[in-house]
Ligand binder design. Structure first.
Ligand code: HEC
Length: 134
């Protein structure tokens, strides 16, 4: 006795639906990342206002570093340290390392924390969290 074509395709269908459901539960189907890339936060894109953290970085953080004033840089990095986004476990430690360097007057050392955080988290932040208040 062989399985009827109808039953066979019904089985295949339900496997397919089960798989799609699992993929959805696990965070989406294969095309979700491209959707996330294009997510419109209402800020940060061409012609839009800066996103909250982006604007803060461009004004407060950048003017602190271009002033070369270690105390200002320490204060700005302390503020960053006080605002860890969910799931970014090294955020606080990276920022505090920069605070310590800045407090010792080591501006270049403090700036290493900018790069460390940007390399690790900037892309993810821009993809997922950039409309969060900062
Ligand atoms: C612990 C994390 C962290 C630290 C430390 C940090 N940044 Fe950032 N920075 C970010 C994130 C995340 C963004 C992206 C925000 C966005 O675009 O929405 C950003 C964005 C920026 C931007 C805006 C860039 C753009 O293209 O719009 C500048 C400028 C900047 N940071 C400068 C600095 C400087 C200078 C320092 C160090 C003195 C620093 N940042 C330290 C996380 C950090």
């Amino acid at each position: 006795m062989s399985m009827s074509k109808k039953l066979m395709s019904a089985l295949l269908m339900s496997v397919g639906i089960g798989f799609a459901g699992a993929a959805w539960a696990a965070g989406g189907t294969a095309d979700v990342p491209s959707v996330a890339e294009k997510k419109d936060f209402g800020c940060g894109a061409k012609g839009q206002k800066a996103c909250p953290m982006q604007g803060w970085m461009k004004t407060v953080m950048q003017s602190a570093t271009s002033s070369g004033d270690a105390a200002k840089i320490a204060t700005a990095l302390e503020y960053v340290a006080s605002k860890p986004p969910p799931g970014m476990a090294k955020w606080v430690a990276i920022s505090k390392e920069g605070v310590e360097k800045a407090k010792k007057g080591d501006v270049d050392g403090a700036k290493a924390s900018c790069k460390a955080c940007h390399d690790l988290y900037k892309a993810e932040y821009k993809e997922k969290l950039r409309d969060a208040p900062f």
